[in-house]
Design a binder for this molecule. Structure first.
Ligand SMILES: Cc1ncc(C[n+]2csc(CCOP(=O)(O)OP(=O)(O)O)c2C)c(N)n1
Ligand SMILES: [Mg+2]
Length: 204
């Protein structure tokens, strides 16, 4: 089996970054993960080196699990790049724009299919992103054109401070449910960290 970082190592990395942020060492936004370690590790057991991983503004775990060395990642975060970490050499693309990476993910998957490649695209998105028109178009296009892509919907119930289900009048999210070949959905409790930062108001 592939050797991935452990749950404890993932949590320790975010804890270290939270500490740096609270000491005002990072003069840019950061978004931290907590509570989704078991689920994201399960996803990454299926991700290979040649696969592409597309992420949102919250992507430290994906970078670590795709193989970006901890020190390189930390130095990029300290340099203010946490919300848009991109590593061509590790096939990772992230964007701080809500839905920004979704059409890019679909484009990469279409290119792989046209070239007859065997690698795949893994595209992560939050619950609110998953209810956007862009997400619905991207999933529909990918499913109907049988693209080599998997969408991972990470549901923390919120978009910043807005309750996603209340906002849309939904009892259940559109893609909520067991894995179906194109969508992997999981719920996690992200309440340890606020939407951005790590809980302490920093004066630079
Ligand atoms: C186009 C655009 N609109 C608004 C924002 C501000 N914004 C950043 S994250 C976010 C919440 C998205 O919620 P969700 O998709 O559930 O992701 P989560 O952060 O909860 O993982 C919003 C509205 C943005 N970055 N880009
Ligand atoms: Mg959310």
């Amino acid at each position: 089996m592939k050797s991935l970082l452990t749950k404890a190592e993932l949590i320790a990395f975010e804890t270290e970054i939270a500490g740096c942020f609270n000491k005002a060492l990072i003069k840019a936004p950061i978004h931290l993960y907590n509570g989704n370690e078991d689920e994201i590790l399960k996803v990454f057991r299926d991700v290979n080196e040649e696969d592409w991983v597309l992420c949102s503004w919250r992507s430290h775990y994906q970078c670590l699990l795709k193989g970006v060395p901890k020190e390189r990642l930390k130095s990029d975060i300290l340099a203010g790049r946490s919300i848009s970490l991109c590593y061509r050499d590790y096939r990772i693309v992230s964007s701080g724009i809500v839905t920004g990476v979704l059409p890019i993910a679909v484009g990469i998957a279409l290119d792989i299919k046209r070239r007859g490649g065997t690698n795949r695209v893994f595209c992560f998105m939050g619950d609110m992103t998953s209810e956007s028109g862009v997400a619905h178009e991207c999933v529909k296009y990918s499913v109907n054109n049988k693209l080599p892509i998997r969408f991972i919907v990470e549901d923390n119930g919120k978009s910043v401070c807005t309750n996603t289900r209340e906002a849309w009048g939904l009892g259940k999210l559109t893609y909520e449910g067991p894995p179906d070949g194109y969508i992997t959905y999981y719920r996690y409790d992200g309440s340890k960290y606020p939407h951005a930062g790590s809980g302490v108001r920093i004066q630079f």
